[in-house]
Ligand binder design. Structure first.
Ligand code: GLV
Ligand code: MN
Ligand code: MN
Ligand code: MN
Length: 422
């Protein structure tokens, strides 16, 4: 029987998942905030597992909460074919980032089952823990761990990034409270665990929509890095502390942010991007001169050497800032990752599916990072992109059309079927 995607059900499930969120719905769209190990995240996990159980799929969870939903193949000893993404969402996010890959992946498995397929290799759906860096300051915690990229001991000592230092809890404490126990070393997957990996995701950029192409086949993923800067100056009374005596940490931070922007633009490359997305001001009172500021920087490039050259230029400006403003600036590296390349064989499989189904496609780079960046270290990977309206993502008005989601899910299912028969 042909593969038929139940688009109505998939849409209903995306809508249901979008209601598992901690914030009220603003006028500009469905806003979703689902922070890892929050009550909403735990509710979403339970709901997803119930859907998988209803299909008779097998479920395994590891010590960090990565969830593996398996449809056993006729030869379950062979390395499995896998797909998946994440369901956590940054504050005031939309409802499609990550969720399309998880619920689309689930629907792909169900559609293949309905088609009567008996896969030779097992097919697995993975829901990763904390793809988003919101809570612990570093993204892709689940996939970093299972690919052996993040040291398990360091992972357990990660602290909540947006809480005051004296109350921020560790990942170890928070995952245990969420009932994910055991050593994080046990999350590492053995070599050759997967035969192939494909992640379905909204593009999060405008190219597919602009060019009216319904499918993007990702050939590489850009290299992300992130840093935390702490700027310490001198606080005091906003009226009494005279301007010539000031060592205002926020003024120094402002210069630092603009230095980052200037050097990023100076590469002249469209692929170099940098964002300072958080700024924590201490003590945070209107009539108190800021004595300490913490900034989180996210910087990415398809070329990690160019990314590092921006950082070198910023560091030279930091030296100047230190002397001129008599403040201290410490730089903490959170992560500096290499780019990932997709597997020619999986790209070819996806191209074959699109050609067979007469679906136009385009090969492209992913500028956003994904768990696939780390899956690429342990398995042959590729990603499938679908268009999203105006290229918008990480915003409540993020939107992907039902027909595009269904088409992407269809291509995913057909590719999984091919790979599972190898
Ligand atoms: C992940 O959400 C990213 O920022 O690319
Ligand atoms: Mn995201
Ligand atoms: Mn995502
Ligand atoms: Mn992402």
């Amino acid at each position: 029987m042909p593969i038929q995607i139940d688009s109505t059900r998939l849409q209903q499930e995306l809508q249901t998942l979008a209601t598992i969120t901690s914030i009220e719905q603003p006028a500009e769209g469905t806003a979703v905030t689902r922070i890892v190990f929050s009550p909403d995240d735990l509710r979403a996990r339970a709901w997803l597992k119930a859907l998988a159980t209803a299909e008779g799929f097998l479920i395994r969870e590891d010590a960090v909460g990565n969830t593996f939903i398996r449809w056993p193949g006729t030869d379950p000893t062979l390395p499995a074919v896998a797909t998946g993404s994440h369901t956590d969402a940054i504050p005031h996010a939309g409802m499609y980032d990550g969720t399309v890959g998880v619920l689309g992946g689930l629907e792909a498995l169900r559609a293949l089952k309905r088609s009567g397929l008996q896969p030779r290799r097992s097919i697995e759906l993975v829901m990763f823990t904390s793809e988003e860096p919101t809570r612990f300051g570093i993204g892709c915690i689940g996939s970093r761990l299972l690919s052996g990229t993040l040291d398990p001991t360091r992972a357990d000592t990660l602290r909540e990034a947006n809480e005051p230092a004296d109350t921020a809890q560790t990942l170890a404490a928070i995952r245990e409270a969420a009932c994910f126990q055991g050593t994080l070393a046990s999350t590492v997957l053995p070599p050759n665990h997967y035969h192939a990996w494909i992640e379905l995701h909204i593009e999060q950029g405008p190219l597919l929509e602009r060019e009216q192409i319904p499918i993007g086949i990702v050939t590489s993923i850009a290299a992300p890095a992130s840093y935390r800067f702490t700027i310490t100056g001198l606080g005091g009374h906003a009226g009494a502390l005279l301007m010539p005596d000031r060592r205002d940490a926020l003024c120094a931070a402002a210069e630092l942010i603009l230095s980052i922007e200037r050097h990023t633009l100076a590469t002249g490359a469209i692929d170099t991007v940098a964002t300072v997305g958080t700024c924590d001001v201490h003590p945070g009172a209107v009539n108190s001169v800021p004595s300490r500021v913490t900034l989180q920087l996210d910087i990415r490039d398809t070329d990690p050497t160019r990314r590092e050259s921006v950082m070198q230029a910023v560091r030279r400006d930091i030296e100047d800032l230190r002397q001129r403003r008599k403040i201290t600036i410490t730089e903490e590296l959170i992560n500096a990752d290499a780019p990932a390349q997709s597997s020619p064989h999986i790209i070819e499989t996806l191209e074959q599916v699109c050609t067979e189904e007469s679906i136009p496609y385009k090969k492209m780079v992913s500028r956003a990072y994904h768990d696939s960046l780390f899956m690429a270290r342990i398995a042959p990977i590729a990603m499938l992109f679908i268009p999203c309206r105006n290229g918008v993502s990480h915003r409540p008005d993020e939107y992907a059309a039902p027909a595009d989601i269904a088409r992407g899910t269809h291509v995913l299912a057909a590719a999984l079927a091919k790979l599972a028969s190898e």
